[in-house]
Design a protein around this ligand. Sequence first.
Ligand SMILES: NC(=O)c1ccc[n+]([C@@H]2O[C@H](COP(=O)([O-])OP(=O)(O)OC[C@H]3O[C@@H](n4cnc5c(N)ncnc54)[C@H](OP(=O)(O)O)[C@@H]3O)[C@@H](O)[C@H]2O)c1
Length: 236
Amino acid sequence: MKTAIVIGVGPNRGLGAQLCTRFATEGLKVIVAGRTKAAIEAVANTVASAGGQAVPFVADATNEADIVALFDLAGAELDLAVYNAGNNTPGRVAEMDADYFERSWRVACFGGFLFGREAVRRMLPKKTGTILFTGASASLRGRAGYGAFNSAKAGLRALAQAMAKEYAVDGIHVGHIVVDGAIAGDKIFQRFPDAAGREDSLVSIEGIVDAFAFLHKQPPRAWSFEVDVRTSKEKW
Ligand SMILES: NC(=O)c1ccc[n+]([C@@H]2O[C@H](COP(=O)([O-])OP(=O)(O)OC[C@H]3O[C@@H](n4cnc5c(N)ncnc54)[C@H](OP(=O)(O)O)[C@@H]3O)[C@@H](O)[C@H]2O)c1
């Protein structure tokens, strides 16, 4: 059975969880990976109760041994690998600890390297597979108060683009999805409870998931590297 890995899975109403649900619906066995055991088990149970196949796996995206073990679990049927880890890390540069900056980079950029490298290593022998990375507005532009997150997400995008060019010839499709705006999901609703009343200015999770599914399905003679998604209200 074709297998997908999604790393960076949190609450059920979050992008990671909804990616797992969608790809299980499309017939893939999904390895649901993240740091928080209870959250990934809940998502795997939700997928299973809807008739899909899901396996929870606790992994820290910044830990090399965890990522190697994650890909060992997926085995030879690996078809799709999605790097979705990355919580926002706001803060002004003058007041920022070096450690805070480095931790932000480790999750949003370095983890993408570990994950992308292992995915490519497993996909190269079969010369097929899709690797997708979640981006943000930060991937494309710096913004005051977000220097750590912006620089890490921009680095992740550049890595993804380099990989797309490096491995297309080997049949591996690497893509990047720019989520240009706040997502209508639990992360935002928990941080900003009043956001529930202004959903029309928040990016639809279903719409984002459609973009991932679109890239995954593209035939090798019509590959895109990137899809950007934003609401019609977004000024950009
Ligand atoms: N939410 C937004 O408004 C927004 C907007 C634009 C782009 N994005 C991007 O969308 C993705 C997340 O989507 P989401 O906000 O809906 O959240 P989500 O997919 O519901 O959850 C993302 C999960 O990533 C996990 N994670 C963080 N660091 C990790 C690590 N080192 N190893 C493994 N997992 C880790 C977090 O786990 P813990 O729960 O343990 O922290 C979190 O639950 C990120 O790439 C983010 O940059 C989000």
